[in-house]
Design a protein around this ligand. Structure first.
Ligand code: SAM
Ligand code: SF4
Length: 326
């Protein structure tokens, strides 16, 4: 069995695919194109994605995550998931979503073979949620979360990016979800990927250790859980509660040493590192007579270019998270 190994000895096994830069929310830390836009010219097609996934599988990658933008805005998402799961035979096919359209679309996604999903939920209070997401309706998101729990997918992971003055007052309410439900609520540090001005960024940034201290001030010392060393979240729980609390601290405790990722952007570039702006254009390979080997060559080049660690200090980025694929 082949493996794709970068020049720092890390095995690249996870492919993240941004299927659209559009979104129906407008989170304060993100910078999406609105849902009224048509997908910009050059957005990856179902066939492009299938060829990239086949090439990734041939190189030993075994996990594919669909993201965006909001991946559920792509009507062909089930077809993409089906191709990944049943034609490319990827063992782990997942999605990151804001869940606003999930309830209606979950059955077709499960039928297509989707194994897991992560749901973004930055607040529990409806007003705070609407503020954090630029008008999102929490009822729709809850309907999606409930549908996933009813379908028995485990664990259901909830992601919250903590932003001072926007949702930092909601962190205990988010943690309380794990009192009755077996959810994993994961607090993510805000990365400077939306080109906000530097002063506002530093003002809004909340470290994972500050979040954890605030939770411990309310719930007492959190109990550490076994961690998968290759996973970015460090897991804890409130003793006696069924759910878990995770801290993903890419800024204060970068986890580049365990990075196993590669990204396909929505405009067909391979991005070796989320936090480094270097990308490789995949279009010529996608248009080649034999696209799969041509794409594999680009993956090999991209693995060679994976940096030891990304840049977490604020700087002007040529593009934002949605097109890269969060
Ligand atoms: N729309 C989907 C969603 O929100 O789950 C998928 C795309 S979103 C870009 C993927 C993930 O990236 C979300 O969990 C989101 O919270 C996270 N994210 C976006 N911008 C971020 C930033 N500046 N810093 C940290 N995480 C960010
Ligand atoms: Fe949309 Fe996700 Fe960005 Fe929020 S984080 S604006 S839901 S793409």
């Amino acid at each position: 069995m082949k493996s794709l190994i970068d020049q720092h000895g890390r095995v690249v096994r996870d492919l993240r695919i941004s299927v659209t830069p559009r979104c129906n929310f407008k989170c304060s830390y993100c910078d999406p194109l609105g849902d009224g836009y048509k997908d910009p010219l050059g957005t990856v097609s179902v066939e492009d994605v299938h060829h990239v996934v086949l090439a990734a599988k041939a190189l030993g990658m075994d996990s594919v995550r669909f993201t965006g933008g909001e991946p559920l805005l792509r009507k062909e998402l089930p077809e993409m998931a089906y191709n990944a799961k049943h034609r490319a035979l990827i063992p782990d096919v997942s999605m990151t979503t804001n869940a606003s359209l999930l309830k209606r679309r979950l059955p077709e996604l499960l039928e297509a073979g989707l194994d897991r999903l992560n749901i973004s939920l930055d607040a529990v209070d409806p007003k705070a949620f609407s503020l954090a997401t630029g008008g999102g309706n929490i009822k729709q998101v809850w309907a999606g979360i409930e549908a996933v729990m009813e379908a028995g997918l485990k664990p259901v992971k909830i992601n919250a990016v903590v932003i001072r003055g926007v949702n930092d007052h909601e962190i205990t309410k988010l943690a309380e979800l794990t009192r009755d439900l077996p959810l994993h609520v994961r607090y993510i540090e805000y990365m400077h990927l939306n080109n906000s001005d530097v002063q506002s960024y530093y003002h809004a940034f909340v470290s994972g250790s500050e979040t954890k201290s605030k939770l411990e001030a309310t719930f007492g010392e959190l109990e550490p859980l076994a961690n998968d060393p290759s996973a970015p979240a460090r897991l804890f729980k409130v003793p006696g509660w069924p759910g878990a609390l995770g801290f993903i601290n890419p800024v204060s405790e970068p986890f580049c040493g365990a990075c196993s990722r590669m990204r396909l952007t929505s405009d067909a570039k391979i991005r070796p590192c989320l936090l480094t702006d270097r990308e490789l254009d995949l279009r010529p390979a996608l248009l080649a007579d034999e696209p799969i080997p041509a794409i594999q060559d680009i993956f090999l080049e991209a693995a060679h270019r994976k940096v030891r660690s990304g840049i977490t200090t604020p700087l002007k980025r040529p593009r934002t998270m949605v097109a890269i694929g969060g």
